[in-house]
Write a protein that binds this ligand. Sequence first.
Ligand code: NAD
Ligand code: DAU
Length: 350
Amino acid sequence: MKKILVTGGAGFIGSNFVKEIIQTYPQSEVVNVDLLTYAGNLENLKDIEGHHNYTFIRADIRNKDKIEEIFAQFEIDTVVNFAAESHVDRSIVEPEIFLTTNIIGTQVLLDVAKRHWKINPDDKYCRNYRDGVKFLQVSTDEVYGALGKTGMFVETMPLEPNSPYSASKASADLIVRAYHETFGMPINITRCSNNYGSYQFPEKLIPLIIYNCLNSKHIPVYGDGMQVRDWLHVKDHCSAIETVLRKGRVGEIYNVGGNNERANIEIVKLILDVLGKGKDLIRFVKDRPGHDRRYAIDNTKITTQLGWTPKYTFEEGIKETINWYLDNLDWVEGVVNGDYLTYYQQMYEL
Ligand code: NAD
Ligand code: DAU
């Protein structure tokens, strides 16, 4: 029986993952540790509240004593680390918390996992671990930096992160890699492109467009709107992580993406069309500082070596997502306040 610690499981991707894993592996025990920052919400998990193989603990991944206690109590053998500050705009305004949560938090988890999983507790530099243990770091394609008009991110590329957010995620990746190289820690890293789907906080592009459309508010498009992202449905990201947990070769990094490149302005127009709103809601505003122009993922490694493929087409995924927001207006109102502006709008008065 697997005993899985999921961190950040009350956020967007983490909550989708926890719900999937509990259904797919009824024999596993899932412990969800989340600090419940503005981005974490127990409403996302109400379907599984009280489930026999699920426990929620409100805690900070930077709190070593608490993480020690959780490892000891639940005999954790697998970690999936989603917990992070995840919004690029916020990292431009307030970088520090990105460094403490995303880097130090990851190092604390690694350290505690190392102590609990090594075969010889007295050996500081032990490279031998109990069978079946694994630390999976959920990372992002943003660690690679920006692409020009052509080319794709491959796992062997150098890291050139441009925002405090992506620099903190790249630093975490390097710490995870170092624990593997120095201490032999059994790890995998996944680097995924932009996700969309249910329960995404409306500070991110797609739910922000939907929210603003529904409230007939202007949609702020940064710069010329021609920045390109490679969009993947959150459930496809979750299935990729689950595949890497089961089949990923220890020490390996896997890119995850859906071969679905779209310019931001194209996404804005598509959602306006589906919701029957006019283009007059579009406002081109000052660009995000250090804005990465284009991301595109080469997912050859995970598809050929592990047999993972995305299931959703963007057309069906986006319609399903829009319908989810329409059906869950209470959830949206619960996570934002009535005068809601994005963090970036508030700071720069766009
Ligand atoms: P999110 O912001 O929706 O959720 C983050 C969760 O982490 C929240 O529930 C929050 O309460 C929790 N958290 C924050 N600080 C914590 C701390 N110190 N201790 C414990 N919990 C804490 O983020 P998301 O979009 O679901 O992203 C999850 C992970 O996936 C992140 O690591 C992110 O870098 C990565 N990722 C996201 C995307 C994307 O498109 N959203 C793409 C690739 C990778
Ligand atoms: O690529 C993976 C990353 O995708 C994840 O690691 C991050 O956690 C996640 O937040 C996301 O980062 P982005 O910066 O790409 O996502 P965001 O939704 O903030 O923005 C998507 C694009 O839309 C980006 O080019 C900026 C633009 N944008 C965003 C907002 C919020 C706008 O033009 N207007 C907006 O109001």
